[in-house]
Ligand binder design. Structure first.
Ligand code: FAD
Length: 517
């Protein structure tokens, strides 16, 4: 018997989750609190415990467009959010010195060109490049000329909603750079306004049930005990519950991603608010530049086997534009993930679950997808193992896909000017990434597995930028006459430039609609 009322197992009220404790009040903790406050039934009481004395990791300021979905689900007013968090808009990431010293490329959001029903735009562009090499058509120019975000970023332009963006041509996709501590405060106000209780204090211990090892409560160092049915561990790298008490285990990915430190410092704001993140490859890692309205976030992610902390700090300080506005601070980490991010009645979200270096700004996105999956598999008190297993499998696949995309930036390099880069060029890479690169090299094809974060357009931007070049194109494209492709593509390039012409500068847009500056 598999259907109908008789098959339905009515657990009854006594199996409902009534109390959730979130441990940690960083970006992960407050995003989780806000999302739960918005989505769970009113009978579920949500408590967040954080320790100001311990503090948060204090970085994590560049995002990808999915953050807008999160903010929209909460119903946040975008301009209000931008004002509060001193945010700027982000159209992509500029990569400097990654393939070779002196070279740069842009990984934009959104599509390159317009895909037809049969072909990806990349294939049309490759066909033209091949025709141009044989003197049969004009040079279509760089593929970035067909991406609205690339063109707008290069010219410092921005517009969210305007008739111009709905003219034929690719649409503008964007994310934000924001002050992470202000974002956490903003979400705190939101969550507390919807009934979340915040407790200030340091957790000193955890009580496990003797029969099944589930967490029954946490105890603060002043003796208070807080019980719950479900615990969300947002305690940062330490993984206070998931590792400290439930021993999930940690799978290191340092063989692929050896950077294990970052030094971060803020500097004076840039006058033109560039609408993009910059990632500059350096001798033992890379440096980020994240422009906010009131300051710039800068950092150097490096491998401690290849440069000392003092040298990395000196290098960062010598490279920032403008004066530093605080002392540099060091963060230590290992790339990798908990073997299980959901164990018994504890789910790890944020840095407590895993860490992949922030080269493509994926940390906050992984928090968001962790929350989405928690809601998708939201348990009752019986904690069906099938739910937990599915959550863990899906999370790991997601992390692995992000990891492979990050590795691509390192392995496809021609740099040999330092031991760090020589080792990267010779590194052993995951099989799936190897297969993907081979496929792209042959005919520019990209195969994505379901639900993967990075789109074909992201893969092609980084592959081409890193010098992974297709030898040929999809042979079926030959069915379209070359002059027809050349005409349509030239028109598209013109439209893209015209759309950007009609946009105000990013700085003016912010000033007019959502400026704190
Ligand atoms: P934390 O910020 O460390 O918060 C942990 C919380 O747990 C704190 O509130 C702390 O007080 C609390 N806590 C810990 N122990 C206890 C205890 N015993 N009792 C009570 N409370 C406790 N992501 C991006 O998306 N974009 C980026 O540009 C980006 N850049 C990054 C750069 C670096 C160098 C690093 C390391 C990460 C970056 N990330 C980025 C990732 C991003 O910073 C994190 O995903 C995000 O900040 C979430 O952190 P968290 O909330 O998990 O942990």
């Amino acid at each position: 018997m598999v259907s109908g009322d008789a098959a339905f197992d009515r657990g009854g009220d006594n199996t409902r989750i009534e109390r959730v404790v979130i441990v940690g009040g960083g970006t992960a903790g407050w995003m989780t609190a806000a999302a739960l406050a918005k989505t769970v039934p009113a009978h579920v009481k949500i408590v967040l415990i954080e320790s100001e004395e311990i503090g948060t990791v204090g970085v994590g300021e560049a995002t990808i467009p999915s953050i807008r979905t999160f903010n929209n689900i909460l119903g946040l007013d975008e301009f209000d959010f931008i004002r509060y968090t001193h945010a700027t808009y982000k159209l992509g990431i500029e990569f400097v010195d990654w393939n070779r010293l002196g070279e740069r490329y842009f990984h934009p959001f959104g599509d390159h060109g317009r895909h037809t029903q049969e072909f990806k735009f990349l294939q049309l562009w490759l066909r033209l490049k091949s025709g141009y090499a044989r003197g049969m058509c004009p040079d279509p120019g760089p593929i970035s000329d067909y991406n609205l975000c690339s063109v707008a970023a290069a010219r410092g332009r921005f517009l969210t909603t305007n008739g111009a963006t709905s003219t034929p041509g690719p649409s503008l996709r964007y994310a934000f750079h924001f002050d992470a501590s202000l974002y956490a405060k903003y979400l705190r106000r939101y969550a507390e306004g919807r009934g979340v209780t915040r407790i200030e204090g340091r957790i000193a211990g955890t009580d496990l049930r003797s029969d099944d090892g589930f967490i029954s409560s946490v105890t603060l160092d002043d003796g208070r005990t807080i019980a719950a049915d479900l615990f969300v561990d947002c305690s940062g790298f330490r993984g206070l519950l998931i590792e400290g008490h439930l021993n999930a285990g940690f799978e290191s990915w340092s063989q692929f991603l050896p950077c294990d430190r970052a030094v971060a410092v803020g500097s004076e704001p840039l006058s033109d608010f560039p609408p993009y993140t910059r990632a500059t490859a350096d001798s033992a890692g890379w440096r980020w530049r994240i422009p906010l309205q009131h300051r710039v976030g800068n950092g150097y992610v490096f491998s401690s086997d290849h440069i000392s902390q003092d040298e990395a700090t000196a290098r960062l300080l010598s490279q920032i534009e403008g004066k530093p506005i605080n002392d540099p601070h060091l963060i230590t980490f290992t790339a990798g993930h908990r073997r299980s991010m959901w164990v018994k009645n504890c789910v790890a979200i944020g840095l407590s679950g895993g860490f992949i270096e922030p080269l493509e700004s994926t940390g906050i996105h992984l928090i968001q997808t962790g929350i989405a999956k928690l809601l998708l598999f939201f348990p009752d008190k019986r904690f069906a193992q099938a739910n937990i297993d599915e959550f863990n499998v899906a999370t790991l696949l997601e992390y692995e896909a992000v990891r492979d995309f990050i590795i691509l930036h390192y392995c496809a390099t021609e740099r040999s000017d330092s031991s760090f880069w020589r080792e990267r060029g010779a590194m052993v890479i995951p099989e799936r990434l190897k297969a993907r690169m081979s496929l792209f090299c042959s005919t520019g094809r990209i195969f994505r597995y379901q639900d993967e974060l990075f789109t074909d357009d992201s893969w092609l931007a980084v592959m081409l930028g890193q010098g992974v070049t297709p030898k040929s194109y999809d042979p079926l494209v030959d069915k379209i006459p070359l002059p027809e492709i050349a005409k349509n593509v030239a028109r598209l390039r013109q439209i893209t430039a015209q759309v950007v012409d009609s946009m105000p500068s990013h700085r003016d847009f912010i000033r007019q609609y959502c400026g704190a500056a």
